[in-house]
Design a protein around this ligand. Structure first.
Ligand code: GLA
Length: 745
């Protein structure tokens, strides 16, 4: 997969789907050549003619100019890692304040090695390698032009993945202290392909929306600087050819495995060439590195598809499920849960929770989660974060957990471990544990402050408290929340010189805490959450196989939130619950939730008999179909951004079953509409549960399923396509076959 052509000095990274080439130019710079569909051969002379880098090593003219006059402009070359303060003004890979105070930073080839297997970025969440994965890593070491500062670029290639994983590492060997002000995980320079950029943005309740922009000469910066929680933008983007859509055209999907402040910078240069850089945000990022100290970046995955966005999505879903999520839960069924917040908010006691357990059990729900309010003296959100001991006056936790288990129900607990309330015993004892500037009045978002997890003592203290609870009680699930972002921060622990390291060190402290937790309690199913659906990223998914999709459960908004999330993240990672939201029916909300981890946010006591029966029915449907959602291939059929419909489907890997979802936002009179599905085997016969017909996959994919009928607003359709042996149309429509049909569903 990875090789080095020493005569031409070309690095060739190529698997059966994707090729990535770059070379060492005569001055030692790493020059990018190609990233795209697998190539058998690269016509390097031709390729270079397209760039300003046309004076390549193959060109005698260049050699003369370069050797004799030492004139070379980096202005238009496509690089793997761009310099700073030289003639390339498009964005630096790294910015370093050198020992002489200068910021000129320029790295040139020093050595390289190709190793079998994957090298991962130390201490970060990262992609893993399974038994049968064929993986290689290329490590190219570069040296700064001025002094002994080394930069290692890592390129990891999996045989099965159309794309690469990249990260980098800086090593200070100057014998003195240097300051690191910026360092990228990935840089991708490319000649122009008329790119569009797709990103996700949002806020609480509108947690994820897709945004499409034309990539032009003004740099686009997709970023978040909240230090966690991060709704504003999400650490993932798509770059696509302007004409590419869900099924056609070239698409690059790029995601950071990081949950803190991040940045993607994208723009064209004066020669219409693209530069993409992905990094920990360089805002409030300034690291001092002593001699021999290193700084590694988070991993960044770049996925390539020549068959549109759906293919990139499927590739991303596969690698996240197979190589990132915690193994024990990655592809497993998760229990159907009900959360106590909707019925009780903070007003619960032992008897109420026991009743919830019984009510839920009667509806075949499998797990009860006790949300906020069980600890300290927390009866509203204005106190007690940090005091993680059970409020015995309110609840007998052992009794309810035993009761749940006796009733064969699982039991889960809400925590918000990275936070501290000023009104808490912990704060009164250790005000220095909070992250705030002593000379600035802190903004008390949700009446709380953030803990100083840059300090290992604080990480250990929080872990011990968590450990006490989770080892004393037999808890099956944990909802790990994070409800405010970082503002007016200051760390007494880091001291004056290192305040520029707070954001990143805080994130690494959170990861340490999560690591300790999952290692100590590997069987606890963890669901992270940040005020709803913030901090939804690959970093968090390394620890928690699911993240709460949004506090917004109104179907019209929820469909949009899930639609955007699905493009980048596997459906099995999206916490999706049916609520009492006063819009559409319980069935509509249940259908939407089937395309996530399934559960409820409502009071079963308030349901009508009919609704209770629906809950039972949909719990059965979830059991029946979750494997398609959890393990199958996802396709967008119709986008709500360009039509009145959000339609998607999941197809089992063996193409024997598919689950199709269709939702129209506005009312429509009868229009000639056929829903054309995707991903079936064209030659297999499929029964469809919408019209009870049997046709070939070919028919469903090219003609479609007739949904021409008046549609009231918010009409939610769900149907299954199942491979059958019948070839006669309408075979299941007659009465005699009714039983058979029911069985199929
Ligand atoms: C956040 C979460 C909610 C709930 C509350 C508890 O807002 O998103 O689901 O857990 O915290 O205070």
């Amino acid at each position: 997969m990875i090789s080095f052509d020493s005569s031409k000095k070309i690095f060739k990274l190529s698997n059966s789907k994707y090729s990535y080439y770059f070379y060492i130019n005569p001055l030692g710079y790493l020059v990018h050549l190609y990233s795209g569909k697998k190539l058998n051969e690269l016509g390097i002379e031709r390729t270079n003619e397209r760039y300003i880098e046309r004076y390549a090593f193959l060109n005698e003219e260049f050699k003369e100019v370069c050797d004799e006059n030492y004139y070379y402009s980096e202005q238009g070359s496509l690089f793997e890692c761009a310099s700073f303060l030289k003639s390339d003004k498009r964005g630096a890979f790294a910015v370093i304040k050198h020992t002489d105070g200068s910021y000129i930073t320029s790295f040139k080839y020093f050595s390289h090695k190709i190793v079998k297997g994957k090298v991962s970025s130390e201490n970060y969440p990262h992609f893993k390698v399974n038994n049968f994965d064929k993986v290689e890593t290329l490590i190219v070491t570069l040296k700064d032009e001025k002094e002994d500062i080394f930069l290692e670029l890592y390129y990891v290639m999996y045989e099965k993945i159309s794309g690469l994983i990249r990260f980098s590492k800086l090593i200070n060997k100057t014998g003195k202290t240097i300051e690191l002000d910026r360092i990228c995980s990935l840089e991708l320079d490319s000649y122009n392909k008329d790119f569009d950029l797709v990103s996700i943005h949002g806020q609480w309740g509108d947690d994820k929306e897709l945004e499409l922009e034309k990539v032009g000469h003004s740099k686009i910066v997709v970023n978040d600087n909240h230090g966690g929680r991060g709704f504003r933008q999400n650490p993932t983007i798509i770059l696509k050819e302007h004409n590419a859509n869900y099924d056609h055209g070239e698409v690059y999907m790029c995601s950071l495995v990081y949950s803190g402040n991040f940045k993607f910078e994208v723009g064209l240069d004066e020669y219409d060439q693209l530069r993409l850089q992905a990094l920990i945000s360089d805002e409030m990022f300034s690291f001092t590195l002593q001699n021999n100290e290193t700084f590694s970046t988070p991993e960044c995955i770049l996925i390539y598809s020549s068959e549109g966005i759906n293919k990139a999505t499927q590739t991303m879903h596969d690698i996240v499920r197979e190589n990132l999520l915690p193994n024990s839960y990655a592809l497993k069924e998760r229990p159907i849960l009900i959360n106590s917040r909707e019925p009780f908010m903070f007003d619960f006691d032992t008897e109420k929770i026991k009743k919830l357990i019984l009510d839920a059990k009667a509806l075949n729900i499998e797990q009860v989660v006790l949300d906020d309010g069980w600890f300290g003296k927390r009866n509203s959100d204005n106190s007690s974060l940090g005091d993680l001991y059970v409020n015995e006056d309110k609840i007998n936790l052992k009794e309810v957990i035993d009761f749940a288990h006796k009733n064969r129900m699982k039991f889960g607990l809400w925590v918000e471990p990275e936070m501290i309330s000023p009104d808490s015993e912990l704060f009164r004892k250790h005000p220095e544990y909070a992250l705030y500037d002593r000379n600035t009045k802190p903004t008390l978002l949700r009446h709380q402050l953030v803990l100083d997890l840059t300090n290992d003592e604080v990480v250990d203290c929080v872990f011990k408290e968590l450990e006490k609870i989770f080892s004393r009680y037999d808890i099956d699930y944990c909802k790990w929340d994070f409800n405010r972002y970082l503002s007016e921060i200051g760390s007494l622990h880091l001291g004056n010189e290192k305040q520029g390291e707070i954001f990143h060190r805080f994130m690494m402290g959170s990861y340490k805490l999560l690591n300790k937790f999952i290692n100590r309690f590997p069987n606890v199913l963890l669901e992270t959450c940040a005020s709803g659906a913030g901090r939804f990223d690959l970093g968090m998914l390394y620890y928690s196989p699911q993240i709460w999709g949004s506090d917004e459960t109104n179907p019209f908004s929820r469909v949009m939130i899930q639609f955007a999330t699905n493009v980048f993240y596997p459906l099995s990672t999206i916490g999706a619950h049916v609520s009492a939201a006063n819009s559409l029916t319980l069935q509509d909300k249940a259908i939407i939730s089937l395309f996530g981890t399934y559960g409820y946010e409502l009071d079963p006591d308030k349901l009508s008999e009919e609704e209770k029966n629906k809950v039972i029915e949909f719990n059965g449907l979830h059991k029946r179909f979750h494997h398609i959602v959890t393990k199958g291939d996802y396709y967008v059929l119709s986008s709500p951004y360009t039509s009145n419909f959000a339609s998607w489907m999941c197809v089992s890997k063996d193409k024997s079953e598919a689950l199709v979802f269709n939702f129209n936002f506005r009312r429509e009179q009868t229009k000639g509409r056929f829903l054309r599905v995707k991903g079936l085997d064209p030659n297999k016969n499929y029964f469809n549960s919408l019209t009870n017909d049997v046709y070939k996959g070919d028919f469903y994919m090219n003609v479609g399923i007739n949904i021409s009928a008046p549609l009231k607003e918010g009409m939610t359709m769900l149907f299954v396509l199942k491979e059958v042996n019948f070839i006669v149309k309408n075979v299941l429509n007659n009465k005699a076959n009714k039983k058979k049909r029911e069985k199929l569903l």
